[in-house]
Write a protein that binds this ligand. Structure first.
Ligand code: FE
Length: 199
């Protein structure tokens, strides 16, 4: 692990140790550390920057042993996008390379989900947050049609094993999912725990 990522992980480990901090303070402090991490695009290993021709990739960079946080390299191929989804834990997104477009959603009185604001485009160095209570539902896409984009995601839990939801915005109905990790070169202990040996 290179020094910038190790320093970031060390700071976040210290942060989640602190029982005195609420979600708002954690997001503020973690956001500051994320700004430092994505200030320069000179540290991400090439193996963690690999896109897939069909699927956006979530390479696990670090998983806290006690599932208090996880750090993921999110690699977008050209034109790739997520469904509308939630996280159920706090998250901090730092844009490292390229650009991504985020559309926030909120539930209407009649149960549908509608965009709660205009799309936001993150560019290298930008940092954004998601969390229950401040806006946890969104859809994200590569803002570039012809290039790979990469953002670094920090979550307040082990995002690869947390059950969360995708949504059909027309009906507002949800479907549970577990995102897992894309890494081919690490043993996926969390998938093995589920019994599928992480193949
Ligand atoms: Fe998300």
């Amino acid at each position: 692990m290179n020094n910038k990522l190790l320093a970031f992980v060390t700071e976040i480990s210290r942060l989640v140790e602190r029982a005195d901090l609420g979600q708002e303070s954690i997001l503020k402090e973690a956001g500051r550390h994320m700004e430092g991490l994505v200030a320069r695009d000179d540290w991400l290993p090439a193996s963690m920057a690999q896109p897939h021709p069909k699927y956006y990739q979530q390479h696990l960079l670090y998983g806290d042993l006690f599932d208090r946080f996880s750090v993921v390299s999110f690699v977008w191929g050209p034109g790739q996008f997520t469904p509308v989804h939630d996280h159920t834990v706090w998250g901090v997104i730092g844009m490292l390379r390229g650009a991504e477009r985020e559309v926030p959603y909120e539930r209407t009185d009649d149960g549908r989900l509608l965009p709660s604001g205009p799309p936001r485009v993150l560019e290298p160095g930008d940092v954004a947050c998601v969390a229950p209570g401040i806006g946890d539902i969104h859809a994200v896409s590569n803002a570039l049609d012809d290039e790979v984009s990469i953002s670094i995601h920090l979550y307040g839990g082990n995002i690869g094993k947390i059950q969360r939801n995708t949504y059909d915005p027309q009906t507002g109905s949800s479907r549970p999912f577990v995102s897992g990790y894309s890494n081919a070169l690490l043993p996926n202990l969390w998938a093995m725990e589920r019994g599928d040996r992480g193949a």
